[in-house]
Design a protein around this ligand. Sequence first.
Ligand code: HEC
Length: 206
Amino acid sequence: MNPNAHTRRRISVVLTCAAIAILPGACSGPQPLSVAILPQHEQAYLKVIAERSDTQKDAFFAMKARAAGSNAATEAQADSRLSTTRNPFDAYKDFDAVSRGAVLYKVYCMSCHGPDARGQGPAMPARLPKMDFHAFGKRFAATLHRGAPRAWFRKIHDGHTSKVINEDGSKNTMPAFGDILAREQIWQTISYLQSLDRYSDPARSQ
Ligand code: HEC
């Protein structure tokens, strides 16, 4: 199956939940994402996403162009010059980037990686080793802000197939998001994932 078609079908399902999640208590279950989202941000951003749910990148560039008084082509060009190896955002300080990344996560990533980003979404087979994004600091202490985010960008942009083999011999694949998300948006989701270990440890979130 075309991986993009697959993702898009799932997106509309998740989006419904994301759209009603802005109403207090609407989506039950753990809501740790809300610690990173400013409600006013989420509403504005979901509105943009709803405008063009199949071509998110274009909607993002159009939104940036409206805000900057430029045009979408200029914004797309600027985006194509963004680094693919270095996160332009500070995941521990840039709450705007983290909030936007959290919204993107809800729409595109939560179905597989879980509502709490601990690697157990409904579409992620239990067979996969847990991918707990809250333990970022522990997992990547040696490469913090270097190796891991760079590899993450590549996997999210190009797609990635797990090394784990399922019982039926198949492998689980993450679709490529390079055609759907702008580079800036990919870095926002990475910033959100990087920020999680800080939010999950109250002592460090001061
Ligand atoms: C269709 C399911 C699916 C969706 C949707 C999905 N992923 Fe994944 N993701 C996977 C699988 C499968 C792996 C590989 C796991 C492994 O290597 O064992 C993975 C791996 C990753 C990794 C690499 C983790 C590491 O430590 O190497 C990152 C980062 C990641 N995903 C982020 C995202 C982000 C951000 C999104 C949303 C933009 C997303 N994923 C959407 C299934 C998905």
